[in-house]
Write a protein that binds this ligand. Structure first.
Ligand code: SAM
Length: 365
């Protein structure tokens, strides 16, 4: 079995400098040995990526509470037959969030649970197997799809959602050259026994904002993620009625493309720590970049979706908790453990501010 390191070196030898997006794709996803393909990357074990799901089951329970409200609204508005209601999760990794959501729905919304199908969108057979093991008690309710553009697929009524999916998609990296007033793309070459950055021209890239270019410093760096916009449009088009939601590290365009943010947002994580070398040990460290939420919002709106919410995770979860506190009997236990988890999920220094939530909807025909 080839490692990402070997595959990337082979591609560079055949094709020359590789766009960073291809390096990132191979490092994270190459079959059997990419970072997200290897068993040791299960969150909490090697522990390189720590998400809201790792905090505990409250995150999934809060989402389940909100989803049940949205689904019941669809049922009441009679725009959909009960039997076709779906929750669709993408980027489910080991299935833990799905398990937290399904357990809560089974315990607290049994009628809805009985008529609901939970679909997991998962291109990797390896990860599907992890998810099947985690969700063995729910096998009657869960279905797997490898992609949205499956010809057998009906459009969905319900909620399509992901947590930290879009910020794990491969990004292109561009730098600004003030002397020549041009953007160049950062690629990856192999020299002196290691991967190194190499510039190449990409005339198709025009940059985010021509007025800013006069003040950008040499080497000012930004990322773009065409894969995220493409994925969001596919999800929007497959949604017949309901909501599309994502939770990710990210910012709006004007926050991302500011002269103060000179080195972009791409980060490598190894054992919970940011590491300096983005190109070191491909397949062994996590790579992630902030989502440009303005681009994602525009992608959904171009497919006819309406934007309902763009907020921090803290604001989004606090609104849900507010509804729960008005009717605590409708939620289940909320004690010291739940308080601790809620703090971590919403505190600005933990996960509350860096994570943003976008919700878009298609509710009328
Ligand atoms: C950072 S992890 C987040 C896992 C989980 N949602 C959580 O919050 O703990 C990103 C996950 O998205 C998966 N992924 C990447 N591209 C995907 C795609 N096109 N469709 C579905 N999952 C994908 C990765 O393999 C990985 O399991």
């Amino acid at each position: 079995m080839s490692t990402p390191d070997e595959i990337i070196r082979r591609e560079i030898a055949e094709r020359g400098v590789l766009p960073f997006a291809r390096f990132m794709e191979l490092a994270l996803y190459c079959p059997n040995s990419g970072y997200y393909e290897t068993e040791k990357d299960n969150p909490g074990r090697r522990g390189d990526f720590y998400t809201s799901v790792s905090v505990g089951e409250l995150f999934g329970q809060l989402l389940a509470f909100q989803f049940s409200e949205w689904l019941e609204e669809l049922i009441l508005s009679r725009v959909t037959r009960h039997s076709s209601l779906c929750l669709v999760e993408a980027g489910a990794h080991d299935g833990r969030l799905a398990a937290d959501i399904l357990k809560w729905l089974q315990a607290h919304r049994s009628e809805l649970f009985a008529q609901l199908e939970y679909c997991i969108l998962e291109p990797s057979l390896r990860r599907q197997a992890w998810q099947q093991a985690t969700l063995k008690n729910f096998s009657q309710r869960v279905r797997w799809l490898s992609r949205f553009n499956d010809s057998t697929l009906q459009r969905f009524n319900g909620v399509i959602f992901s947590n930290e999916l879009l910020d794990a998609f491969p990004v292109h990296r561009f730098g600004w050259d003030p002397a020549n007033k041009t953007w160049f793309e950062w690629g990856v070459a192999f020299e002196g026994g290691k991967f190194v950055w190499a510039k190449f021209e990409n005339p198709e890239f025009r940059g985010p904002n021509s007025e800013l270019e006069d003040v950008l410093p040499d080497g000012y760096t930004i990322e773009t993620c065409p894969a995220a916009g493409h994925w969001w449009r596919e999800a929007a088009n497959i949604l017949e009625r309901g909501r599309l939601l994502t939770i990710d590290y990210g910012l709006a365009s004007d926050e991302l493309f500011s002269p103060g943010r000179t080195r972009g947002t791409l980060r490598a994580y190894s054992r919970h720590h940011v590491t300096d070398d983005l190109l070191a040990n491909p397949g062994e460290q996590d790579l992630t970049a902030h989502v440009n939420f303005s681009a994602i919002q525009a992608a959904g709106e171009s497919c006819g979706l309406k934007t309902e919410n763009f907020s921090t995770q803290a604001q989004f979860l606090t609104r849900i908790a507010g509804k729960i506190f008005k009717h605590p009997e409708s939620f289940g236990e909320w004690g010291a453990k739940q308080n601790r988890q809620f703090q971590t999920l919403t505190h600005p220094e933990h996960l509350g501010r860096a994570f943003r939530v976008l919700v878009q909807s298609r509710l009328n025909s």
